[in-house]
Ligand binder design. Structure first.
Ligand SMILES: *Cc1c(COP(=O)(O)O)cnc(C)c1O
Length: 379
């Protein structure tokens, strides 16, 4: 049995002297009138990279989704269509604003929300759609945009897992009315914890700036709050770290794509597995190298994870359908429009994320792929 000499972690950052230097500089200088200098530089560089007008640095992506919904006026009585298979953070903020999430199925190739299922879920209460670019794959944004415009819906792009991916020549995050990113320690660009909201819409931007600062319109110095809002700000130290990361973004994305290419080559010719898709017209930044096993192999994701753990290799399960989780047992109306045999339920059962962090080198990939071949062969 193949066993890794040292445990292989599933995700991890790439930290250089530049990050350390910027954070040190922020600790010394980011006070008084300069308290927002690193945030402003991070936001400007980020907005330019994505190709949008505004970027707002936040404590996490969950806040960015919460603010997108609140700024878009989504509230009690409204329905928001979301993919059934995603990280729970894509959906929890729908409940924070008092609205109801309505699950839609995902597509077999990209694992992203299926526009046909979105259409089937629209009612007169529908107010917004959250599309998620899962594990780096791009959702069908042309079709989602058509649906949103035809029904006057807010379109939110959850690009937490797809920084650096592209769709029809545009960067992930630039395709919704707002785009949201996560800089959690596992993500492609990290600040430890952190998030960003981007938008081209001046009105949404102004709403976000007011709502994220306890209902203070930008520039307020007199504490004359115009409404009750939230407190969602990123610290200067995180912004300094993030600035260093986004200045290195091309290098980071290139490494992600290189890691995926090592896996693709090592798994070439292995039957019964599917890796992340990159359909024509898209670029995938491969946040997590993900493998979906054919059901005929009879190996569900938890069994495969166990087999990897015995070999000192850390993996993650494909997200389980939210509609199957105890967290949503109290929301039966959320599943009312789901197809009878959802694609997501099948894929999610047989998918796992393989080690994809920046610590992974070609030798580690060869060990992981050797182990996967053994596991598939029933060894
Ligand atoms: C990581 C992630 C989030 C949440 O990010 P936080 O920064 O932890 O709030 C949201 N959506 C998706 C798809 C994610 O993977």
């Amino acid at each position: 049995m193949i066993v890794a000499k040292e445990p292989i972690a599933v995700a991890g950052p790439w930290v250089t002297e530049r990050e350390i230097q910027y954070v040190t500089e922020a600790a010394r200088t980011a006070w008084f009138k300069d308290h927002y200098v690193f945030n402003a530089r991070f936001e400007k560089t980020f907005a330019e990279y994505i190709g949008v007008k505004h970027a707002v640095s936040l404590p996490h992506c969950t806040a960015a989704i919460h603010l997108s919904l609140a700024a878009g006026g989504v509230g009690p009585g409204d329905e928001v269509i979301v993919p059934d298979v995603t990280w729970i953070a894509s959906v929890a903020p729908v409940i924070y604003v008092g609205a109801t999430p309505v699950f839609a199925d995902i597509k077999r190739d990209t694992w992203c929300i299926d526009p046909a299922s979105v259409k089937a879920a629209i009612t007169e209460r529908t107010k917004a759609i959250v599309g998620v670019d899962l594990y780096g794959s791009m959702a069908d944004w042309a079709e989602l945009r058509r649906i949103a415009d035809a029904h006057g819906l807010l379109l939110i792009e959850d690009a937490a897992e797809s920084l650096g991916s592209e769709y029809a020549g545009r960067k992930a995050g630039a395709l919704g009315d707002t785009g949201v990113f996560s800089f959690h320690g596992s993500k492609t660009v990290t600040t430890g914890e952190g998030g960003m909201l981007v938008t081209d819409d001046d009105r949404l931007h102004t709403r976000v700036m007011t709502l994220r600062d306890h209902g203070r319109p930008p520039g307020d110095k007199l504490f004359l709050n115009t409404e009750v809002g939230f407190k969602y700000k990123m610290s200067a130290f995180q912004a300094a770290f993030g600035l260093a990361q986004i200045e290195r973004v091309e290098e980071l994305i290139a490494r992600k794509r290189e890691i995926f290419s090592w896996y693709r080559n090592a798994l070439e010719g292995v039957n019964g597995i599917t890796l992340n898709a990159e359909p024509p017209g898209t670029v995938n930044s491969y946040w997590m190298v993900t493998v979906v096993l054919d059901p005929s192999l009879g190996l569900d994701k938890f069994a495969v994870m166990d087999a990897f753990a015995k070999r000192k290799i850390d993996t993650r399960p494909f997200f389980s359908p939210l509609s199957s989780l105890p967290a949503f047992a109290g929301y039966p109306q959320s599943s009312a429009h789901m197809p009878r045999h959802p694609v997501g339920a099948e894929i999610a059962q047989y998918g796992i994320n393989l080690p994809s962090g920046y610590h992974v080198d070609e030798e580690a990939v060869s060990i992981v792929c050797g182990a996967l071949k053994e596991i598939i062969a029933g060894a």
